[in-house]
Design a protein around this ligand. Structure first.
Ligand SMILES: [Zn+2]
Length: 113
């Protein structure tokens, strides 16, 4: 007796494990065990300097003069940044700023407009 789940397609009880997959010898179905289990990983919540939750498409205001990496320009405090996109990493906001182009910001240095 095995504890493997029945085939979700034909409900056969003869499914067996093959590496990460489960295989049904009767209908040839292959599926991943637990693939439909909801994953909470990757659902990182990004908050601004005041603890407001930021979302893709939000407009934020820079609350601190920020040096632009690789140049002598500075994004001035009070600069409005439209249509942000949240990304993974140390700099968690991907955006475009007029006059600067595409760049990444840290959420701790902005506030929701
Ligand atoms: Zn099957």
């Amino acid at each position: 007796m095995s504890n493997l789940p029945n085939c979700p397609k034909c409900n056969s009880e003869y499914s067996y494990e093959d590496r990460d997959f489960l295989v049904c010898p009767e209908c040839g179905n292959e599926w991943k065990q637990g693939a439909d289990v909801e994953r909470a990983v990757g659902q990182k919540v990004v908050k601004d300097a005041h603890g407001n939750i930021l979302q893709d498409g939000d407009t934020v205001t820079v609350i601190k003069d920020l040096k632009v990496k690789g140049s002598s320009s500075v994004v001035k405090i009070g600069t409005k940044v439209k249509n942000i996109r949240l990304v993974e990493g140390d700099h968690d906001i991907d955006c475009k700023i007029d006059g600067f182009g595409a760049m990444q910001l840290k959420s701790e240095f902005v506030k929701k407009a």
